[in-house]
Design a protein around this ligand. Sequence first.
Ligand SMILES: O=C(O)c1ccccc1N[C@@H]1O[C@H](COP(=O)(O)O)[C@@H](O)[C@H]1O
Length: 232
Amino acid sequence: MTLAHPRTRIKICGLTREQDVDAAVEAGADAIGLVLYPKSPRYVTPQRAGELARRLPPFVTPVLLFVNASLDAIKAAVDQVPTATLQFHGDESEPDCLSAGRPYLRAARIPLDEASPFDLLKFASEHPQAQALLLDAHVEGYGGGGKAFHWSRLPPSVNCHAVLSGGLTPANVGDGIVQVRPRFRTLAVDVSSGVEASKGVKDPEKIHRFVAAVRAADQLLAESPHALLPAT
Ligand SMILES: O=C(O)c1ccccc1N[C@@H]1O[C@H](COP(=O)(O)O)[C@@H](O)[C@H]1O
């Protein structure tokens, strides 16, 4: 059976503190992201990632984020968080993404400039084993830039699961869900900057408002499926 409007899953990314992990869980997040990219202001060591992930209750997924990491570095983090889903946010090939033997999300970094070409269908075909494509804006530093790309750039129909990210906030996530969900098999959302007090420090009130905005969009779509805009 296909559900017309499955609940939008939510990932809160870039957590560095116990209280932020707890706030994400209390708000109802389905996944938390831990950034293993040393150049990020949200970087955590593999050991710290393990400490934070061990706070999670069942059925909340820890996601380990990498940018062009070596296999040794990936394995060191997976040793600490053996149940992790991996998020590859750099220039990794499909064999790189498969090398650690864990489910993974592959970030597609979509140019902010509408004149710059980006072929998402080709990108999807190059990552057939990704659990989902994570759609982010192409920003300096690879990600976590708080910038939204033009959602209208996405193709009308892509036969894969997707995670919308890049500049999401409590104010725009509902609109993002309505615009992007019809184009993919399912849609989840991922936020970092939009729920922060400062880089690497989350604001529990913003997390709650973000989750409430996602649930409001889900409710709207369940009650009025016509609210889904036709994909262009
Ligand atoms: O968070 C980071 O510092 C980061 C560094 C390198 C690659 C990705 C990073 N974060 C991811 O970027 C997207 C968008 O984040 P934002 O909401 O726009 O801040 C998200 O998937 C983060 O997990």
